[in-house]
Design a protein around this ligand. Sequence first.
Ligand code: DQA
Length: 150
Amino acid sequence: MKTVLVLNGPNLNLLGTREPDIYGRETLADVEADCRRVGAELKLAIEFHQSNREYEIIDLIHAARERAAGVVINPAAFTHTSVAIRDALAAFDGPIIEVHISNVHKREAFRHHSFVSGVATGVIVGCGTEGYALALRRIATLIGEAGKRL
Ligand code: DQA
């Protein structure tokens, strides 16, 4: 079974109570449960993490080089600030889908730029927490296509 790393950046541990008008009422535990349900359906093992620390996210991406076939990442505020996370992702060989729960393009100008999008395979924006399941489905397609080419 192939493994997909689902990574969540700072403040996403507060999902459900943090600005619910923007991010909704689903908690991160709900998102994890959704990912595990969709992962089981797609026959993917899910590794799910959240960290408020940039270096931990970088270390998890490095570990994924050995362990994971794909990465789903919501870098949260680090999207708009972190060259280091972008560089770590650039060193990962498999598909990467960047997810944002809110439509960042409808929000403040500082959220319009992503350091991560330039190294992501795809980006899902403004689809609520459902974006994670969409991202996993896309990764399953891409991993399946890569498998067929081998
Ligand atoms: C976010 C959007 C970011 O701008 C913000 O800093 C977040 C969450 C989203 O999922 O919509 O923390 O990545």
